[in-house]
Design a protein around this ligand. Structure first.
Ligand SMILES: NC(=O)c1ccc[n+]([C@@H]2O[C@H](COP(=O)([O-])OP(=O)(O)OC[C@H]3O[C@@H](n4cnc5c(N)ncnc54)[C@H](OP(=O)(O)O)[C@@H]3O)[C@@H](O)[C@H]2O)c1
Length: 277
């Protein structure tokens, strides 16, 4: 599996696994844990979760999945904006660590912009980092203006990643957020890389998939990875889908593949505000 290293020295596989909607029902828990473990075996050793998902339930699922293989896994979690005060961030992180059954988080993100000033959250992140509770920190759903503002703060250059929506039909970040992050050496973590199953499967996508003897979703996922600063985190609780998704990292596009996808799914012609899920 190809890896990406951020300007802060965080090395992560470019293909990981999401966990939104996991941990909501006890009846599905065994399958969710098994799907994540299968993904780990197939090289998708980054797992993305958040205190928000199922009110901590997803972090518990992750905790079960990483038990016994913690050191091999790059764990990402997120603090809710309302908890992102100086002290609130610390206590939220401690709660997450407990649910995850680990003593450190590899990358801890602010889930979206908070009413608490960035500086306060960054100071809390830095304290957690100096205590070894987190290894790196970053943000999510942050648009270009706020990203630029962050960069000017004393701890701003320690921001390792911005997790944002990115897929074939939501390409707004290519105009600003993606080049900014690439220039700075941050990872862009592409969430909803399959647009939560809302991806329109156009003829060009089917054609490219046929050429690579795979399905449209795998091509859509592989397409997000064509940019060297993008790390994608598809979610799946279905072992067949997990196996398919893992193959995306091995797809090598031809110029013709990329040109056909570009024509079928063009980026926006104008700058648009950052989209969310
Ligand atoms: N930072 C944020 O604000 C934010 C927002 C949204 C998401 N995220 C993170 O990003 C992760 C991924 O995004 P997402 O969950 O929104 O959407 P997604 O990964 O684009 O799509 C997930 C959906 O696609 C299906 N799927 C997965 N692989 C498939 C395949 N090979 N073929 C067909 N269907 C497939 C899944 O169903 P099955 O489970 O049945 O496979 C699920 O219904 C989340 O889980 C979460 O960790 C972050």
């Amino acid at each position: 599996m190809r890896t990406f290293t951020t300007r802060t020295g965080a090395t992560m596989p470019v293909l990981g696994q999401g966990t939104w909607r996991m941990g909501e029902a006890a009846s599905r828990r065994k399958d969710e844990v098994a799907a994540l473990r299968l993904g780990f075996e197939l090289g998708m050793t980054l797992v993305d979760t958040a205190e928000m998902y199922a009110n901590g339930g997803a972090e518990r699922v992750v905790g079960e999945a990483i038990a016994g293989c913690r050191e091999r896994i790059f764990v990402v979690s997120k603090v809710l904006p309302e908890n992102a005060s100086r002290q609130g961030t610390i206590t939220a992180c401690e709660r997450s660590l407990k649910r995850l059954g680990t003593d450190y988080i590899d990358l801890y993100l602010l889930h979206w912009q908070s009413d608490h000033p960035f500086q306060e959250t960054l100071e809390a992140f830095e304290q957690l980092r100096s205590l070894g509770r987190i290894r790196h920190f970053g943000v999510s759903n942050i648009d270009i203006e706020a990203l630029r503002q962050l960069e000017t703060l004393p701890l701003g250059r320690l921001v390792a990643a911005n997790q944002v929506i990115y897929n074939l039909q939501r390409r707004g970040i290519e105009r600003n957020v993606l080049p900014f992050a690439a220039q700075a050496g941050m990872a862009i973590m592409a969430y909803s890389p399959l647009d939560q199953t809302r991806l329109a499967i156009k003829e060009a996508l089917t054609r490219v998939a046929a050429r690579h003897e795979t399905k449209a979703e795998v091509i859509a996922l592989a397409w997000t990875l064509r940019h060297p600063h993008v790390v994608a985190i598809p979610k799946s609780s279905n072992p067949r889908h997990v196996q398919e998704n893992a193959k995306a990292a091995r797809i090598r596009f031809t110029a013709q593949d990329l040109a056909e996808l570009e024509e079928a799914y063009p980026p926006p012609k104008r700058t648009i505000p950052l989209e969310t899920a």
